[in-house]
Design a protein around this ligand. Structure first.
Ligand code: 5GP
Ligand code: ZN
Length: 153
């Protein structure tokens, strides 16, 4: 069995609530979310730390985190912003040795809820949360196709 829990998630050997997947990356809900919608973006190929990660793949991870942050704003999560955080190495409190970008939705005035979430780390309706994020991603895709059509007219 692979010792890396995120590699097991990629292989479908461990459960996760996925919100996005392509050939090189996947994104799923954090099992102990700080806030509703807290998502992790990971490369499918194992890389323990940034020093092990291809730089182009790192850029793809950020691109996906960027899209997820926008999708969370446009979704029923009604995010007003997001924290995108990557803890690189034990010195930076990285606890899972497979590179991951945290995307944590934020709302105006959520400081108390955020601090509480930081302490409690309780899941919130994972299926409903994932549905909200995937709908937000689909809405973003719709907006970019509409822009493409407008650009061609
Ligand atoms: P780090 O401190 O390494 O930046 O964050 C690791 C994150 O991975 C934590 O927020 C933790 O809750 C999350 N995590 C750890 N194990 C699992 C797991 O098996 N599944 C999921 N979905 N998240 C996990
Ligand atoms: Zn791994």
């Amino acid at each position: 069995m692979n010792a890396c829990v995120f590699c097991r998630i990629v292989a479908g050997e461990a459960p996760s609530t996925k919100v996005y997947e392509d050939d090189t990356l996947c994104a799923f809900l954090d099992i102990r979310p700080i806030a509703k919608g807290h998502t992790l973006v990971i490369p499918k190929q194992h890389a323990a730390e940034l020093g092990d990660l291809d730089a182009d793949l790192g850029a793809e991870i950020f691109r996906t985190g960027h899209r997820l942050a926008l999708a969370m704003r446009g979704s029923t999560l009604s995010a007003d912003g997001a924290n995108l955080v990557l803890n690189d190495g034990k010195a930076a409190f990285q606890t899972v040795a497979h590179v991951h970008l945290h995307v944590i939705p934020r709302r105006h005035g959520d400081l108390f809820g955020f601090a509480k979430g930081f302490l409690l780390r309780r899941p919130h309706d994972p299926a409903g949360t994932a549905a909200a994020i995937t709908a937000g991603l689909a809405a973003l895709d719709g907006q970019s196709s509409a822009r493409d059509v407008e650009g061609k007219q």
